[in-house]
Design a protein around this ligand. Structure first.
Ligand code: UDP
Length: 236
């Protein structure tokens, strides 16, 4: 029996990149899609927020002189490219999906309407939220926290390249220690870089738990969606 009825999965742009260094690796998109399909078949309602860092990041471009709002608009367009890639991967294996964009792009997606998103989920469709929050100066982690609250998801599942939250960067510090669990307050005060502070506060204020796990281990997305204990859990 699955632990959750409705979850929000956050997939970073980097995850879709695989080992390519830029853009989308279709093989990785397919692997992610297969695990989501299995979870949907198990009866769990899955909503997804996809990042855009594999294509464009607003902050990085504005650091090089671009206007921040324009750069962020480009970042949000990057999330739409990823959303369509994931939609295609899912539909190719028989999963019904809808992309709902926070910025109107009527020819390629539905506009984001909360009630419509919930209805799609109730009908067993995977909902992919594109274009982040629709606003510059935010991140797709904030979009994940916002949408998770709006659709009453029970948990945010944050798929990353690291297998949980550590007290230091495990890629550069061999003595880094992994946390089994944390509170929202610890995530914020220890500046653990699970998500940016706007997203972290939104999760804390609305008491939504977060699981941080690695999608590099095959089967982890399915396990996380089904509520198996993996990675690090952040809750009240
Ligand atoms: N972005 C934004 N508002 C949002 C979400 C995203 O402006 O609500 C832009 C921002 O420029 C960001 C880019 O989209 O750098 C890609 O999103 P993010 O960096 O969160 O992607 P990830 O790191 O998850 O791949």
């Amino acid at each position: 029996m699955a632990k959750y009825k409705r979850v929000l999965l956050k997939v970073s742009g980097e995850a879709l990149m695989g080992n390519l260094g830029y853009g989308i690796d279709p093989a990785v998109a397919n692997e992610i899609a297969e695990e989501i399909r299995d979870a949907v078949r198990a009866g769990i309602e899955v909503a997804i927020v996809v990042g855009g860092g594999n294509i464009f990041r607003g902050v990085a471009a504005s650091a090089k002189g671009m206007d921040r709002s324009t750069a962020d608009h480009m970042g949000m367009l990057a999330t739409m490219i990823n959303s369509l890639a994931l939609q295609d991967a899912l539909e190719q294996i028989g999963v019904f999906t809808r992309v709902l964009s926070a910025i109107d792009m009527k020819a390629i997606s539905e506009p984001y309407i909360r009630r419509r998103a919930v209805r799609h989920l109730e009908k067993g469709r995977v909902v992919i939220f594109g274009a982040g929050t629709g606003n510059p100066y935010f991140s797709t982690d904030t979009a994940a926290a916002l949408r998770a609250n709006e659709i009453n998801a029970e948990i945010i599942l944050k798929a990353t390249s690291v297998d949980g939250v550590y007290d230091a960067d495990p890629r550069t510090n061999p003595n880094a220690v992994k946390f089994e669990s944390l509170t929202h307050m610890e995530m914020l005060t220890r500046e653990l870089k699970v998500m940016d502070s706007t997203a972290a506060s939104l999760c804390m204020d609305n008491n939504i738990p977060i699981v941080v796990f690695s999608l590099k281990t095959k089967g982890n997305i399915f396990k996380a969606i089904c509520g198996e204990k993996i990675g690090t859990i952040i809750e009240e």
